[in-house]
Design a protein around this ligand. Structure first.
Ligand code: HGY
Ligand code: MN
Ligand code: MN
Length: 442
């Protein structure tokens, strides 16, 4: 946060004003002032974290299981200890930092996010929620607040590759997926070991329904609607389902000079038609569904050789899992037709699935109340991005808080959220957590 924004936030009552909200249960506990995070420290930690994997474009490339990922995790462990948390690494490689509650018999409330990034990503996706969760814990420690429930700040491993850490905890990770190769070049199994997890004890990371009292995650919106409509806080109503496949197109590699055009089995030509077909099929029905071919490689990859094989990806997203399946059926049928045109074949191998997840209505209400307490505007909205919260939603009441993304840019170096908006989000996280902790049904 620069001086001007920090000053404006204070003047606007966001950082240190008396608790002027609904004077509900929280005011009974905290008198006339509810706690606030240290916004300057939070934004300083975000800046410090952005050094790990910094790229020349101004963002980060902090692929899961890379050296930058590991070094950033060491930095996070230090912050956690400063916040009087007790961090451990679970068997799946997630960082779990605990803080006792007044009632040790209660199930823990989990909150956190991830710090791995996509290739050439930004400094805010995952990092905002991760640094804010630690900041919330530090604020509680400094203010001498002990919650009823034990707390656990979680930094999930390999969110970007497909929620690998959180799905290991929710029991959705299959043994076959451990052999998937991540963008770092390591398999998931190698990556878990690299981060300090323990494949032999992987099952010990699992939690069952009822093991967790609730889950909260703060994140940047990654789209542009909050900024466009001047809304401070997004309250996530549901997170899209995501399925990803590796698609292999097999043709026949041959001489690019001597093979006539009508005798080619060009895998890249078929793949190009496939990319167009994905776009056409996904846009042929109404709705918010999206489909993407995000990676493609032609083999053997020489200017004078007709590509004999192409390996690409297919990703489909929607809030409705059945719609994803219908689109997929249409796309595979079209791929077969495309292959027939030039004697190529298509094979699909599913990489992973994130199931669509609605948030908990009570959590939505608590987040809305926390925003009101802070005199912030809020809106209920869907999430088109995937989040670890969707794995946690299968185990416990889940709530997600969004803060605006400038120009809606994400998964790119120009991703940016304003420091004052981040501080708002962290304070909403803090107050929603305290409200949930106190709520009689939690
Ligand atoms: O891909 C996603 O939606 C998320 O940012 N991992
Ligand atoms: Mn994220
Ligand atoms: Mn992301």
């Amino acid at each position: 946060m620069n001086r001007r924004e920090f000053g404006a936030a204070v003047a606007g009552g966001l950082l240190s004003s008396p608790f002027a909200g609904s004077l509900g249960r929280l005011s009974g506990v905290f008198g006339l002032t509810a706690p606030r995070v240290d916004g300057a420290r939070l934004n300083r930690h975000l800046t410090e974290l952005s050094r790990f994997g910094a790229n020349p474009q101004g963002g980060v490339t902090r692929l899961a299981y890379s050296d930058a990922d590991k070094q950033a995790r060491e930095y996070v462990l230090g912050l956690m200890r400063d916040a009087k948390l007790t961090p451990t690494i679970d068997a799946a490689g997630n960082i779990i930092a605990s803080r006792p509650g007044r009632d040790a018999g209660r199930k823990p409330i989990l909150f956190g996010s991830h710090i791995d990034s996509v290739p050439e990503g930004g400094n805010y996706d995952g990092n905002v929620g991760s640094m804010s969760a630690i900041e919330v814990a530090q604020t509680l420690a400094e203010q001498g607040i002990t919650t009823r429930h034990p707390l656990q700040v979680v930094i999930w491993q390999n969110e970007e590759g497909g929620l690998y850490g959180s799905r290991a905890v929710s029991g959705q990770l299959t043994p076959e997926e451990l052999q998937n190769v991540s963008r770092s070049g390591k398999t998931i199994a190698e990556g878990i070991t690299f981060l300090g997890g323990d494949l032999q004890r992987l099952a010990s990371a699992r939690r069952a329904k009822g093991d967790i009292a609730g889950y909260l995650e703060l994140h940047i919106e990654q789209g542009g609607t909050l900024e466009r409509d001047h809304i401070d806080i997004g309250i996530v109503e549901g997170i899209v389902g995501i399925k990803q496949w590796e698609v292999t197109v097999t043709g026949f590699a041959n001489h690019a000079g001597t093979t006539p055009m009508d005798q080619r089995h060009d895998a890249l030509l078929a793949a190009a038609r496939f990319v167009e077909a994905v776009n056409r099929i996904v846009t042929s029905v109404p709705g918010r569904q999206v489909g993407t071919v995000g990676r493609i490689q032609a083999l053997p990859g020489a200017p004078n050789v007709i590509p004999g094989q192409v390996v690409c990806t297919l990703e489909l997203r929607d809030l409705d899992a059945a719609k994803i399946d219908t689109l997929y059926a249409g796309i595979t049928a079209e791929a077969t037709r495309i292959g027939r045109q030039n004697g190529t074949t298509f094979a699909f191998r599913m990489l992973h699935e994130n199931v669509p997840a609605p948030s908990d209505s009570r959590m939505r209400g608590l987040i809305a109340a926390a925003a009101r307490d802070l005199s912030l505007t809020s809106r209920v909205m869907p999430s088109g991005a995937g989040h670890d919260a969707q794995a946690m939603a299968t185990l416990a009441p889940m709530g997600m808080i969004f803060v605006p993304s400038v120009a809606g840019i994400s998964h790119a170096p120009k991703e940016f959220s304003k420091p004052a908006d981040i501080v708002n989000g962290a304070n909403v996280l803090l107050l929603a957590l305290l409200r949930f902790d106190e709520s009689p049904r939690s």
